[in-house]
Design a protein around this ligand. Structure first.
Ligand code: CA2
Length: 143
């Protein structure tokens, strides 16, 4: 049976391609999802996409994925990366293999972005590779 992987994006990532192309590129969330879908097909993975601007909705989604047989999650928690104890606790309690992805290199940006509350409870993290980070995370989870 094919592995089931969720691709989750947090707040404001639905605005990709509409503002700040110098930081996040000019492609949209829809472009990202198409690119990830094509890669998932070639890796024989089943993928589900989820984006929310709401912390509680992201917490609920992580918990439900943990309870419904998903094998892994590629997760860009957006700004909640730097603030959310609730998301950290949800990841830690989920039993899921979570790869944290950031489009931009958070370590080259403002100091408040250097700290991730969610990375220490994730399997690994990738920052600064643009959309390629999602593909690298997917390939890792396909193993
Ligand atoms: O680099 C990343 O992927 C981030 O997770 C993106 C978050 C930011 O708060 C993190 O520090 C790093 C912000 C996403 C906002 O994306 C937008 C894209 C276009 C227009 C407006 C926002």
């Amino acid at each position: 049976m094919s592995k089931k992987i969720a691709i989750m994006n947090g707040p404001n990532l639905d605005r990709l391609g509409k503002r700040q192309p110098e930081v996040y590129g000019s492609h949209t969330l829809d472009d990202l999802e198409q690119m990830v879908s094509a890669e998932a097909d070639s890796l024989g993975l089943s993928v589900e996409f989820f984006q929310s601007n709401h912390e509680g909705a992201l917490v609920d989604k992580i918990a439900s994925l943990g309870d419904s047989g998903f094998d892994g999650v590629v997760f860009n928690p957006g700004a909640y990366t730097h603030t959310s104890v609730a998301l950290r606790d949800a990841i830690a309690a989920s039993g899921l293999s979570v790869v944290e992805v950031h489009i931009s290199n958070i370590y080259q940006r403002e100091e408040f972005r250097h700290k991730s509350l969610t990375a220490p409870v994730s399997t690994g993290s990738i920052a600064g590779l643009g959309f390629h980070g999602y593909i690298a995370a997917l390939r890792f989870l396909a193993q």
